[in-house]
Design a protein. Structure first.
Length: 369
């Protein structure tokens, strides 16, 4: 096992700068996930750590060693790719043992290692099968087995579940996390799926345009996002945002026409802004049968028209139109709502987030998030 340390990592492809000074400190034994939209640089950063791309500027350490100029095979890393990259003409056992065989390991050592890894991954009864006789999940386990048998210092995984169906993705996600906990190997995992990131990671690096927007534990990036991009990217459905203007001391007027009292804890920070946005998560919007007094300064209330309902079994995602704002709320399945309904909505001001409209920086987190 080993730590991974990136200091001011820059990567240029020709005149295009795709990584813009990445600082990252991965501790020994951590499970780290890089997440972000397509083109944000997450796979490029993983490939730099693997040694598959050259670093333009900056320093990369694996353990105590600076590895900028160390070839991939000498970095003691193992990589699992999006495509399984297993040999179709070899059996499961031969695929898992391939690296050991070309390194000249003793036959008895190879057999012991393969059997141990197969038992760990639930492949013991499949060792004599060819890949075409395996399911997608079993093939991905074989690819992981070939990586595990090397006993690397660091696992690198590039969207390993993206080719699987939803059920297998859920199953393999649990298996990968359980396996990493048992092995204790430092793991860096790339995905575009924020659900994978939230459920797998000890810490998440959320990336955009070649930069890390926030690096922290799943609960931190969800409850205390550093900026509007992180707040909108993490969470399903994504956070709702309202443009806001100061209407009087301690109060805002939102783009849906509602008045909103600024929580006392945020008055100073919000009061300094000339361009303000307010965020509220869909699960914090409530549907009321009877609206309360509009004088309730701790609550924002308004009326909106239901555009679409998405029934998800235990809950329903409701899409609203409200004075030109497209909003979403997450409600229980028992809530009686139909498309075309006009409903009274509300949220508590202590559930709101406050952002600088110019920079996107979050200046006030929900008090009761």
């Amino acid at each position: 096992m080993a730590s991974v340390y990136c200091q001011k990592i820059i990567k240029n492809f020709g005149n295009v700068r795709v990584l813009k000074g990445i600082d990252l400190d991965v501790e020994d034994g951590e499970f780290i996930v890089f997440v972000g939209p397509s083109g944000c640089g997450k796979t490029t950063l993983l490939r730099l750590i693997a040694g598959l791309e050259d670093i333009t500027e900056g320093d990369l350490h694996i353990g105590e060693q600076r590895v900028n100029d160390v070839p991939p095979k000498q970095r003691n890393i193992a990589m699992v790719f999006q495509n399984y990259a297993i040999y179709p003409h070899m059996t499961v056992a031969e695929n898992i043992s391939f690296g050991m065989r070309i390194r000249g390991n003793q036959k008895a050592d190879i057999e012991t290692a393969v059997n141990d890894v197969a038992a760990t991954l639930g492949l013991s009864d499949l060792l004599h099968r060819k890949p075409k006789q395996l399911s997608g999940g079993q093939r991905q386990r074989v690819a992981m087995g070939r990586a595990i048998v090397r006993d690397p210092a660091v696992f690198l995984m590039d969207e390993p579940l993206s080719n699987l169906d939803a059920e297998l993705r859920n199953q393999m996600r649990v298996e990968i996390k359980s396996l990493q906990r048992r092995l204790g190997t430092t793991t860096i995992y790339v995905t575009h799926d924020q659900v994978e990131a939230m459920t797998l990671a000890d810490r998440i690096a959320i990336m955009k345009d070649g930069e890390i927007q926030q690096f922290g534990a799943p609960d931190d990036v969800y409850s205390r996002p550093s900026n509007k991009f992180v707040a909108g990217f993490i969470g399903t459905p994504q956070m709702n945002f309202f443009k806001a203007e100061r209407s009087s001391a301690g109060q805002l007027t939102l783009s849906n026409g509602c008045r909103m009292a600024i929580p006392r804890e945020h008055e100073n920070a919000v009061g300094k802004l000339t361009d303000i946005e307010v965020g509220i998560r869909p699960e914090r919007i409530r549907v009321r049968e009877e609206p309360e007094s509009q004088d309730d300064i701790g609550c924002v209330q308004w009326r909106a028209s239901v555009r679409l309902c998405e029934a998800l079994g235990s809950e329903t995602i409701v899409h609203f139109d409200s004075n030109g704002d497209a909003l979403q709320a997450k409600v229980s399945r028992e809530t009686a709502i139909a498309e075309g309904d006009d409903l009274d909505l509300e949220f508590g001001t202590d559930n709101a987030y406050f952002f600088c409209g110019d920079t996107g920086v979050c200046v006030g987190h929900a008090i009761k998030g």
